[in-house]
Design a protein around this ligand. Structure first.
Ligand SMILES: [Zn+2]
Length: 439
């Protein structure tokens, strides 16, 4: 029995087609005039004027459960993700306590299943308590029901080369990948809060030098080559970091990279007002870096877009710049920001966007059931977007508990219309649809 018929959808922006979904799988696609006959008891979704893409996959989401449920839970983060067009998110390990055991990973997985809006895939810590010294239970997490394949101490860099090497040797057995927050701790110091350069000097703020990022990417490229394991560069931000990734790929090293919408679209000039909403780690960089990131996204040096969605309470964020917490919200705005910046301007197609926001992230994470092309036989994890809708972002209308939204007041072209997880509508025009509301 059919679950859903979508009519008049433009797959990756092509000519209108009708799509039949049965038991969570795409079973028929037709572009003939007249299309699919609606049948009794089957929900029909009119997608006239909308583009249909594979559901987005976020390689880098910070949910704050356990430990800081006052800022985000698995359920509220899942709702924000569904509203943003995501069908799967990877939950970073830096909760309190961190996800550094199989039991903790399975707990996150189960909380995600209970929320039921997106598939929540836990990321495992590389080291115990994210302390950078002793390896966490990598093998147990991989063999658990959570099937962890992505490991990260994100928030911290695995700075010790010997620890990174051992972790890479270990994860090769189950085709894991380490997502590295590339930032040499000895170069960055503990007080940095923005990009080191002319502006940081003028503002009197301690900064991170660009080589703190690129030097770690270079070290990790050599370790990946030596061990034959996969390294993924989380949130690359500098032109020279991109150059190292490009060099590693040219040598055949198994290195992939992601960029955030905020590093693509915003630069450090915004810091001159000392507004902590723009305080993020790694920091916003000069416009030359931003342009290099955009070029690298277009030419494929950067494989994926990831949000680094990082919710914070007002009382942690609204401080003097040096004391405020690092991070920004991103799940609900990612598509609009990237569409407005890269697709509306003609630099990327909707197919390119689908590759960077769905296919590539699912492939890097070895995530089953997501990142498939929109084709017969694929799981019906889908998103309908309206490429012509113009939306002004309002931080108060968010599913996130937190409000640290750097896009507040921005007007963007491109909106998520409907998100579909295994044939079930999980969000409609910016609002998550819970299972109960559905029945
Ligand atoms: Zn990070």
């Amino acid at each position: 029995m059919s679950d859903l018929i979508i009519t008049g959808a433009r797959i990756l922006g092509a000519d209108p087609a009708d799509i039949r979904i049965t038991d969570g799988v795409i079973t028929e696609i037709t572009d003939r005039p007249g299309g699919l006959e609606p049948s009794d008891g089957v929900e029909t979704l009119d997608a006239d004027g909308l583009a249909l893409l594979p559901g987005f996959v976020d390689l880098h989401t910070h949910l704050r459960e356990p430990g800081r449920e006052d800022t985000e839970t698995v359920a509220t983060g899942s709702a924000a993700a569904a509203a943003g067009g995501f069908t799967a998110i990877l939950a970073m390990a830096n909760t309190t306590p961190p996800t550094d055991t199989a039991e903790a990973a399975v707990h996150i997985l189960d909380l995600g299943t209970r929320a039921g809006l997106v598939d929540v895939q836990p990321i495992g810590a590389v080291t115990k308590d994210l302390a950078g010294a002793e390896l966490a239970e990598l093998g147990l997490m991989a063999r658990s029901r959570a099937k962890v394949r992505v490991f990260s101490d994100d928030g911290h860099c695995v700075g010790d080369g010997r620890v990174m090497r051992r972790a890479l040797e270990y994860i090769r057995a189950f085709d894991g990948v380490i997502s590295q927050h590339s930032q040499d701790p000895s170069l960055a110091g503990s007080t940095a809060c923005c990009h080191e350069g002319e502006l940081s000097g003028r503002l009197g703020l301690p900064g991170w030098p660009a080589p703190a990022e690129s030097a770690i990417i270079a070290r990790d490229a050599m370790l990946a080559q030596h061990t034959g394991s996969r390294v993924h560069v989380a949130h690359v931000t500098t032109a020279e970091g991109v150059e190292v990734v490009r060099w590693a790929k040219a040598r055949g090293i198994a290195m992939t990279a992601e960029v955030t919408p905020h590093h693509l679209a915003l630069d450090l000039g915004l810091l001159s007002g000392y507004d902590p909403v723009f305080k993020v780690n790694p920091p916003l960089r000069p416009s030359e870096d931003r342009e290099a990131l955009q070029d690298a996204l277009v030419d494929g040096t950067i494989d994926a877009i990831a949000t680094d969605h990082a919710p914070h309470a007002r009382h942690d964020k609204e401080h003097a710049f040096v004391d405020a917490a690092f991070g920004m919200l991103g799940l609900e705005t990612a598509f609009a920001v990237v569409h407005d910046l890269m697709v509306r301007t003609g630099r990327m197609t909707l197919a390119d966007l689908a590759e960077r926001m769905s296919l590539a992230p699912a492939r890097i994470a070895r995530l089953d059931g997501h990142g498939h092309p929109v084709a017969t036989g694929s799981p019906a994890n889908l998103v309908l977007v309206d490429p012509t809708a113009t939306v002004t972002v309002d931080r108060e209308s968010s599913h996130s508990i937190s409000r640290n939204n750097p896009w507040h007041g921005h007007t963007l072209t491109g909106a998520v219309h409907t998100t579909i997880l295994r044939g079930r509508v999980t969000a409609r025009e910016g609002h998550a649809v819970t299972k109960e509301a559905h029945q």
